[in-house]
Design a protein around this ligand. Structure first.
Ligand code: CDP
Length: 806
């Protein structure tokens, strides 16, 4: 028995399957500088495009004169809206049912908007030539404050849709209004608020920021005039969707479009949508018949491609005196910038904001979201979260702290009192979701024990007394956040992009020698898919992960998928992988039975082989079965060993976590130091604990950035501030706190391997945790809610406001 157990342990270990801390296979090329990114692509005869951009936030275009630019040696062409208009390409559809200018025609609506596209022999000439395009503007009054957007005398921004008073999501209340979306029971919620013992109301701003991946957005278009085929390389989180959109916009048949997303250096939502640069490189290549490359610089990326957040959330809670939450009411003013280019599933104009009741059993709720236009860049992408979940979690996790303070209750105790109980799952929330599984009390207890919550509160009480006595100038804050994410979009009934249902896919082929190639509809941007999908297949099929190659991003070879964002890869394509593997395994069982001359039912699976029940020495390994599949398949069974699965998830998955942050703030300088940050995550079955830890580290770092400084701000003229890394806070190892990670495991009941997504959870839970720590530090001084971002300058101002500086 001992020998058999050792043998089984060895065979399991050799697979490097699920649960194993397998090293990231992709890092071999990344750490050696051998990754292959879009900008690495150099094609014969390739030209380079660069944009002329508007210096104004809102202005009429009086004239565009391209003659000086065209005369510059090396300039091949200059495109303006006048060139695109006859092709119907001066506007492109957005994912949110709006249209967006590719090149501005009559007006510019935000600073740095694309006005003309210069194509030249090299990048430097193209860049020089952009300065030779003479554009005469007539400046118009601009709107940067979303609260002023719908005033009666506000300037009308979108004249192109001025008369269209019904938008993609229903009636518009004002020419600068985009949509009103509401959900929940308004009457019942209002009734609860009218009668409640205690209510709180706070304006919580989740400020405008940007995903800022290290690699900017880029594309190379190469049109073969003879074959009539277009190959488009680009930084695409969803290559198949791009292929369909390009086909619909250009009229090129979809099979003659080859979209390739090579290695991608981070996405975080920024690379989901379609940008003017993609369209212009394609048009340029079709017109000129040679490849055209477009590569954004950092300032262009930060100031023109999809922003994130900009939600102004008036958040209310109603509760009993002893802290039972009875209702939630939220009104969101959503600043969408100049075009509604939010990357949400079609039916969800405010994404999954209605997860805002969070981890709590709140009987009634009502949410109303108004989207408005302003003179800012468009977008509204899910920056490392699933469609506005960061905003939702920020609203509830800040609001619950405000409520705790009003009730004079401990914030952890208030959460525990209102948690959805383990036996309530699957849980139906007041705003329409069905949470698949969770055990919040266990996770919270583990987290509180791990950080010794009681001792921290005791220390804080002492420090507060010392501060009052003037013995210290330091404030101690304890931040808590208990979040529930919703990831894995999604069931077709809920989620689609441009009418394409949000399934995902996996195709697995086992070669005669037992090695494997698997292709997915998703696309890694650094999350380690090549490592982890192989681990799923390894466990399912008993083939070592090292013998499995994972390929993504080429629409010619990968099955159609909706791509990677919203932590959907594991919940959807991960499920497709397991199901495809199981199809193969079922066929392998038939082959094994034929080889062993027994009935299929007499076989049992044993790690990497089928063996005859009761006769462990009679078996066939997957490797042997693979060979047989191509050489001697059973009669009436087709040769080969491969399968494809398009997986439509029955529900989304609901990862959760308990986060604690201990922070010390110097009131005189406003400098905040994170002393401890503890993150407990539950993402169901864990495929690769090391990769999960890496995802948590990365997500927390981005949460730290957003909460503590990162911002895309505009001055009153609509000039974008913070459009370079001089001003936009990107934490380095110097600023980044040390992370402590932990976990519980509550599998998803509907996912084939029980896994939930994890990539975004730490960001979603992290942002409110940092903000709560800051707010908690000042809470005993009656500071009121302190808005993010909490950089030293702003925290110094809080001290000034409170008269703490003497
Ligand atoms: O869609 P995206 O890849 O951004 O997010 P994800 O599905 O949460 O996966 C991020 C990474 O974490 C992938 O490499 C997953 O395989 C891994 N992961 C895991 O090891 N176990 C889980 N339960 C969830 C994700």
């Amino acid at each position: 028995q001992v020998k058999i157990d050792t043998d089984r342990a060895e065979r399991t270990e050799k697979l490097q399957g699920m649960g194993c801390k397998r090293k990231r296979v992709e890092d071999i090329r990344f750490t050696q500088g051998k990754g292959s990114y879009v900008d690495d692509l150099k094609l014969p005869g390739m030209l380079f495009g660069d944009f002329v951009r508007s210096p104004h936030a809102h202005a009429r275009i009086v004239s565009i004169d391209t003659s000086r630019a065209k005369a510059l040696p090396g300039v091949i062409a200059v495109l303006t809206a006048a060139d695109l208009k006859p092709l119907g390409l001066h506007y492109m559809p957005t994912l949110a049912g709006d249209v967006q200018a590719v090149l501005a025609e009559e007006k510019v609506l935000f600073q740095n908007q694309e006005v003309a596209f210069v194509i030249a022999e090299d990048r430097y000439i193209a860049s020089d030539a952009t300065e030779l395009v003479d554009v005469v503007y007539e400046a118009l009054p601009c709107i940067v404050d979303p609260f002023k957007s719908m005033l009666p005398d506000a300037p009308i921004l979108r004249e192109d849709i001025q008369d269209k008073m019904v938008g993609a999501h229903g009636p518009r209340k004002h020419p600068n209004h985009i949509f009103e979306w509401q959900i929940g029971d308004k009457q019942a919620t209002d009734d609860v608020f009218a009668k409640a013992d205690v209510t709180i109301k706070e304006m919580l701003v989740d400020h405008r920021t940007h995903p800022s991946p290290l690699e900017t957005c880029q594309s190379v278009a190469s049109f073969d005039k003879v074959k009539g085929e277009l190959t488009l390389w680009g930084t695409f989180q969803a290559p198949h969707v791009i292929r369909t959109v390009v086909s619909l916009i250009s009229g090129l048949p979809e099979h003659k479009i080859h979209v390739i997303a090579p290695d991608i250096g981070g996405g975080f939502g920024n690379k989901v949508g379609a940008y003017a640069g993609y369209v212009c490189s394609v048009v340029g290549s079709i017109v000129l018949g040679v490849p055209v490359k477009w590569v954004e610089d950092r300032m262009e990326n930060l100031s023109t491609t999809s922003f994130a957040r900009d939600y102004h959330m008036t958040t209310e809670l109603a509760a009993t005196k002893d802290g039972k939450i009875l209702g939630m009411r939220v009104h969101v003013l959503a600043d969408h910038g100049a075009f509604d280019a939010c990357a949400d599933p079609s039916k969800w104009p405010a994404g999954f904001m209605n997860i805002c009741t969070g981890s709590y059993d709140i009987p009634v709720a009502h949410l109303l979201v108004d989207g408005v236009y302003t003179n800012k860049a468009s977008g509204g992408v899910a920056y490392r979260c699933s469609f506005r979940v960061t905003e939702a979690v920020f609203a509830i996790e800040r609001a619950i702290e405000v409520l705790a303070q009003k009730l004079g209750m401990d914030a952890a105790e208030l959460r525990i009192k209102n948690f959805i109980k383990a036996e309530q799952f699957p849980y139906h929330s007041a705003l329409g979701w069905e949470y698949d599984s969770g055990d919040y009390h266990t996770a919270m207890k583990k987290a509180m024990d791990a950080i010794d919550y009681k001792a921290l509160r005791a220390e804080q009480a002492e420090k507060r007394e010392a501060f009052k006595r003037g013995e210290t100038r330091e404030l101690m804050g304890i931040g808590i956040s208990f979040f529930t994410e919703i990831v894995g979009a999604g069931p077709a009934k809920n989620c689609d992009i441009l009418g394409i249902a949000m399934f995902d896919s996996a195709e697995i082929r086992i070669h005669p020698t037992g090695s494997v190639i698997a292709r997915m509809g998703t696309k890694s941007q650094g999350q380690g898919h090549e490592t982890t999908y192989a681990q799923i297949i390894a466990t399912e099929l008993g083939i070592p992960a090292d013998d499995i190659m994972i390929e993504e991003g080429n629409t010619d070879t990968a099955p159609y998928g909706l791509g990677t964002y919203g932590s959907r890869s594991t919940p959807v394509a991960g499920a497709a992988t397991a199901v495809a593997a199981r199809k193969i395994k079922a066929k392998a069982q038939m082959i094994a039975a034929h080889m062993l001359e027994v009935h299929e039912g007499d076989l049992e699976w044993d790690i990497d082989r089928f063996r005859v029940k009761g006769l462990p020495e009679k078996f066939k390994t997957m490797k042997e079965i693979a060979w047989s599949a191509y050489n001697a398949p059973p009669p009436n069974l087709e040769p080969g060993l491969e399968a494809v699965n398009y997986y439509e998830p029955p529900n989304m998955t609901y990862p959760f976590g308990a986060y604690f942050c201990v922070m010390d703030i110097d009131v005189d300088t406003g400098v905040a130091k994170t002393r401890r940050f503890y993150a407990l995550d539950d993402c169901g079955t864990r495929i690769n604990p090391m990769i999960i830890e890496g995802q948590v580290h990365g997500g927390l770092t981005e949460a730290f950035a957003c909460a503590m400084g990162q911002e895309i701000r505009y001055d009153e003229m609509g000039n974008v501030m913070g459009a370079s890394f001089m001003d936009f806070f990107l934490p380095t190892a110097v600023e980044t706190p040390k992370w402590e990670t932990d976990f519980t495991v509550t599998p998803s009941p509907h996912h084939p391997i029980g896994a939930k997504g994890v990539g975004e959870s730490p960001h979603v839970g992290g942002v409110p945790c940092f903000s709560n720590a800051v707010n908690d530090a000042y809470a005993f001084l009656d500071a009121g809610h302190i808005q993010m971002p909490h950089d030293a300058w702003r925290l110094w101002q809080v001290g000034e406001r409170l008269g703490l500086h003497g």
